[in-house]
Design a protein around this ligand. Sequence first.
Ligand SMILES: *Cc1c(COP(=O)(O)O)cnc(C)c1O
Length: 369
Amino acid sequence: MGKIGETTLEINLSALAHNYRFLRSKIAPNTKFLAVVKAFAYGSDMVAVAQKMEGLGVDYFAVAYAREGILLREAGIAKPILVLHPLPINFEEIIDHHLEPNIYSPKILKEFIQVAKAKKLTQYPVHLKFNTGLNRLGFWENDVDFIFEQVKDTPEVKVTSLFSHLAASEDSNEKTFSENQINTFKKIAEALSQKLGHRPMRHMLNTSGVLNYPEAQFEMVRSGIGLYGYGNHKTIDAQLRPVATLKTIISQIHRIEPNETVGYNRAFKSDGYRITATLPLGHADGIGRQYGNGNAHVLIHGKKAPIIGNVCMDMIMVDVTNIDCKEGDEVLVFGQQKSAEEFASGAKTISYEILTALSQRIKRVIVED
Ligand SMILES: *Cc1c(COP(=O)(O)O)cnc(C)c1O
């Protein structure tokens, strides 16, 4: 990699392949693997990631919203795409792009069947989600009879999978709760499969689920964060490789006198002579104000430079008093050598949030090694 010259998010597809192989090694060879590529593949590059994953032989993709799935289809992605959070207004375009809806409530089921009939579909794949404790999206256990009544004489749709989602798969203190969710899901899937007379695929595990509850892998697992290099646990993180590395450069260096202030609202007050560097990266790029005032740092020539004062829309200022650096030098915000999880924890948040917050304004560069 040569000089970046501006704020750049490097997306390492070799790291992605490594993480995929690692996660695959944790499940049985015949268990299907669904790659979650919602939110621009966790803030990276949805199309580049999906193309790479398709090449690696992934079985399924998932996005949150219909628009994301349409972008994948327009880029030529051919594998099945599950839309995790479809809304009735999206049903027609979901069908027109061969996307597969998550059907999560009686209302959504009825309305999707109506559209399927109007469009004269046959055996259109749908996925039924059950709520087993997260209380977010999903049918309740006692909706099974209703579901069967709706689909039994409806050749327009085919129940392709049954799924659920763990509320605390990364938290070993919640093992009993998670196991109860798994047992409830098994019971629901068994009851509905009996009625349907066929066995739709079952899937329940996200990344932490794969790592902590492999016995519940059923016919497929759904992984997002692990593919991007984070496993919600230090020992797992050490075996994964961050896919996204955020770098920037020093735009300008300032010498600050004692009692001067830096940035908006004069939030940083200098207690002595200070040297600051201004970086072309701000809250409009996804580095929220919670990272300011010393809560996070960047690395310049391997040394820590804390963010001082308030984060501006397009810039941050960092303290480089003890770092030998000059205008134009490269800055590592997070990624390889410095995890996004660590960067995020300073602002009391998680890797998922900082990664998906990175705005589309940041230049993306695809790299392999
Ligand atoms: C986002 C999402 C996932 C992926 O979870 P990770 O923790 O990133 O692996 C899996 N399943 C559902 C339903 C999701 O919404």
